[in-house]
Structure formats: structure tokens, C-alpha cells
Design a protein around this ligand. Sequence first.
Ligand code: SF4
Ligand code: SF4
Length: 362
Amino acid sequence: MTPANPTAMLAELTHRCPLSCPYCSNPLELIRRDAELSTEQWVEVFRQAGELGVLHVHLSGGEPASRRDLEDLTEAAAEADLYTNLITSGVGLTAKRIAELARRGLEHVQLSIQGPTKAIADEIGGYAGGYERKMQVADWIAAEGLPLTVNAVMHRRNFEKLEDTIDLAVKLGARRLEVATVQFHGWALQNQAALMPTRRQVEAAETIIDDARNRLRGALVIDYVAADYFARFPKACMGGWGSVGLVVTPSGAVMPCHAADTIPHLVFENVRDRPLSEIWEKSDAFNAYRGVDWMQEPCRSCERREIDFGGCRCQAMALAGDAAATDPACEKSPLNEKLQADADAFSRGGDTLVHRAKAPAS
Ligand code: SF4
Ligand code: SF4
């Protein structure tokens, strides 16, 4: 059966980034600059994405502003009729670049903040002066009239500052705040003991978010991605594997989700070798976990199988050693008790942060 068209594409333009967040979900082995797709290749990817029916492109990274051709790529995406959203740390942007991006068709910006104070933000981001630059960048975005979403990854070291984070998003003029509890993929895995939130923090966060949503109704939309390690059921990862979105890596591999290359038996085809539409429809990697036929028990006969699609395949691979297993974040998984016990244990200890390494140039 031919799958429905994807609606969203995450374009990871580069793995280069001036920051070095310890929760970075990029892979341990970063793609080198000289292996990245060229300007012309990205332009062709955007053209094909538009033809395939993609509506939104998220220009991401690493730090997308590390690409000197970001303005050209933005224009190409806009010309392909894609709604363009820039996901940025802000470092590498200037007032002039933001004005040029807006002129070339940029429609929305998501600015990450690592904490609501200079001390926390610069420590977590591993970049002195990063916080002040982000505050400037938010002003420049507002000056161009671009809608702003603030992205905040929350973990044990900054959860106590959740209310301040919400206040900062309001102060920066954001229309939307995305609060995401840290997830442990890629580089983040080695920082579980330093970053795992406590149960008390996670429970308190629910109340803080509910109160803020009521108080700020009409002014700020708050999306909250709760911690799945303390939840009853997993999240519907990517809205279902190969269902609504795709990811193109800096070197052109096409994946159903950002972390899918942690599943060792999958082979990801490349836009340099095959049209995007064929990869989406026919590649083994996309078809491996599409729909529900691949499921094992208890997912196969579960009433939630088309709600959460069995959770995250990458988390099933990492924790159960089988990408087709029930996500251990589900209370029906035989591994759920261990997952919760491990999360509690991680939340009690370890202060050493291992910041992300930088992507080599060649
Ligand atoms: S999480 Fe931090 S280090 Fe990783 S790409 Fe984003 S800003 Fe850069
Ligand atoms: S058993 Fe599978 S489908 Fe059912 S709730 Fe758990 S993860 Fe979701």
C-alpha cells in the first residue's frame, strides 16, 4: 500500500554547532563538514520535498547558522512552497542575517534557551556569552516581525527554574513555548546521572505548566513533552514511524526519525542516490515499522496501538535490544519496572557533565 505523503521534514543542515550541550541528541559520531550536502543538493531536496507534499521544513542542525548558505537554502525552501522554520541556538546569527533570512522567505524561528539565567544557560550550553547573544537574537527576530517559539530542554539542573523559563519566554515575546523534558539519545546517554530529573520535579512541573497555561491563555501557547520514563504510556514517537515526517541528515541519508541510525540493522538510503519520493514509499527502513503489522504482543492486541504506535523504536532498541519490542516506557512492557528503577537511581546521583564534542571539519 502506498503511504500517505509526509507533511514535515527535518533538514539537518549540519552537525557543526558552537554550543556543546550535554543532552545533545545528535549521534556520537558527527558528520564532518566536507561530507555535508552542497547548496545545490539541498536545493534539489527541497524541490523534491515540495513535490512530495511536504508542507513544513524545519531547518535544523547542529546549528544551521553554521552554514554560510543558510540564506540561499531558506529561499530555496520557500520557493518550493515549504513553510520555513529555523531551529537555532541563536549563536552565529546577526541582525543583518536575520533581516536577510526574513527577506528570503523565513516564516518562523524556534530559539533554544539552555536556562533562564546567564549562569545556567552558559554552563549547560558550554558557551560563554551564549545567553546574552540569545537575548539579542530574540530582539532581532521581533524587529523583523517573525513569530518566535522558545525551546527549553528541562532536566534536573534547571527544572527548579521552570517558572522563570516561562516568564523569560513571555518577556522575549514568544507566541509559543516548547518545554521538553530531556530525552536520552545520542550524546545525552552518557549524562543520564547528571541530568535525570527527580520524580518530584516531574510531578511539580505538571502543576506549574497547568497554572501557566491558565494564566497565559491567549498570550502564550505552552507545549509540554513530559518525561516518558515516569509515565504510564510512551509517546507516539514521530506520530508513527514513516507516517507524517522524515529526517534528512547533513550527508543526505533519509531517516524516519532523528535517532533511527541507532537501530543497527536498518540501512538508510541517500538523496544523492534515489529520489526522496521513492525512499519515502519503498525503502526497507521506512517500511520496517510502518503501520501496526510488525508489532509483537502486548502491542499487537492493545487498544492503544494506533494512538502511540508502540512508542519509540529507538528506545525499544536501546533498552530491550529489539526495535520491534514494546517501548519500555509503557507500563505493559516487562522492562518498565527496571526502566523506572533506573530512572530513580540516575535521578539521585552524579554531577559530572560531559559536554558534546564538536563536529570535525574534515
Ligand atoms: S543541543 Fe546544543 S550542542 Fe546540540 S545541536 Fe542543539 S545547540 Fe548544538
Ligand atoms: S502495549 Fe504497546 S500499543 Fe499498548 S500502550 Fe503499550 S506501547 Fe502502546
